[in-house]
Design a protein around this ligand. Structure first.
Ligand code: NCD
Ligand code: ZN
Length: 345
């Protein structure tokens, strides 16, 4: 069986920098026409000049004859100035600003401690119609890790949307039924991305036969009823929901550690994994809208013109991918089968 769809976009991607960037960018460029690039480098991408320089490094790391377009973001900190946001909003390079609650995930220590502290900057984003992308988890150690997304919606997102009635917001990598219900009922200025791993795995996968650090990500995998709700939302045709892989490569040693970091690498098989998930519920007919139309519409980008062809032909994922410094990155399904393949262009 073959499935041809308009070339998709990845609306949430970590490409990193240096050796890691060189090793991973080709995987995304082979599948996607464009991607929203996360700014959580060390140091974080906090200015327009840094975003422009990072974009150039990505373009120079691309394999020859690819026309992949990185859509850049700025990392919101307590020190971000209104002037920088105004400058950014008028550039063609930066498409959105990313909010991380300080300490919630990988490289988020520069994040925002108190959302109300950045309200003056958010006001400028609203004025210039620059979307705010939110890592939607509270970082309150009193709140159970499995409840942090639902509590974020109540405590922070609702007041934010009430205070800024025209601000466009993407709730990133949603993982719960609570988030699905909230976004489905929200106005069109609110949207959500959904990862392939949250569509395919529930929290049992974290402890299958032992502790599985390569399945640890933020927000953490949830119960099966939440996975089902995400799958129903992604395959429903509702334009609030679109594709964002949150592919987040790490060196193997950084994950297999006493305090392993969050992030799952999926770029090597991204659209194929989404096809598997959609097939599970018999909704492959909805893959194109989710992967290629809804996100472009939200970001006011033209639809891509090219196509990709998926084939239901199993292949075995390599154990790991080699980085230039000889370290390795272990992908999702490492050494295991993915049911769908991408045909060569
Ligand atoms: C991301 C990373 O590694 O940069 N990790 C993750 O688990 N998703 C950060 C993020 O998006 O939270
Ligand atoms: Zn991410």
């Amino acid at each position: 069986m073959r499935l041809a769809i308009t070339r998709p976009d990845d609306f949430h991607l970590h490409l990193r920098d240096g050796d890691m960037l060189a090793a991973v960018v080709g995987h995304s460029a082979r599948r996607f026409a464009r991607a929203i690039i996360m700014p959580n480098l060390r140091p974080a991408v906090t200015t327009l000049a840094q975003a422009e320089a990072y974009r150039q490094r990505i373009l120079s790391g691309l394999p020859p004859e690819t026309d992949f377009q990185p859509l850049m973001t700025l990392y919101l900190t307590g020190n971000t100035s209104a002037q920088e946001i105004a400058r950014t909003a008028q550039s063609q390079v930066v498409c959105a600003v990313k909010y991380y609650p300080a300490g919630a995930t990988t490289n988020s220590d520069a994040g925002v401690r108190d959302l109300s502290q950045v309200y003056p900057v958010i006001e400028v984003m609203e004025k210039y119609d620059l979307p705010l992308l939110m890592h939607g988890e509270v970082n309150d150690p009193q709140v159970d890790i499995f409840d942090r997304e639902a509590v974020f919606i109540e405590r922070h997102l609702l007041p934010l949307l009430a205070r800024f009635p025209r601000l466009r917001v993407v709730l990133e990598h949603i993982t719960t039924l609570d988030a699905v219900d909230f976004v489905r009922g929200a106005p069109a200025r609110v949207a959500a991305t959904i990862t392939a791993h949250h569509l395919l795995l529930n929290r049992n996968a974290l402890f299958q036969g032992g502790i599985r650090p390569h399945r640890f990500c933020a927000p953490i995998l949830k119960r099966e009823n939440h996975r089902r709700a995400l799958l129903a939302a992604a395959t429903s045709g509702d334009p609030h929901f679109f594709l964002g892989t949150d592919s987040a490569p790490h060196r193997r040693a950084d994950k297999e550690s006493d305090c392993g970091c969050a992030g799952i690498y999926t770029a090597h098989a991204a659209i194929e994994l989404y096809a598997e998930a959609f097939e599970q519920v018999g909704r492959l007919d909805q893959l194109e809208a989710f992967a290629s139309f809804h996100g472009a519409h939200f970001y006011r980008l033209p639809r891509n013109t090219g196509r990709i062809v998926l084939e239901r032909k199993p292949w075995t994922v390599p154990e790991s991918y080699l980085l230039a410094d000889n370290s390795r990155c272990k992908p999702l399904r490492s050494g295991e089968v993915v049911r769908w393949s991408l045909e060569d262009d």
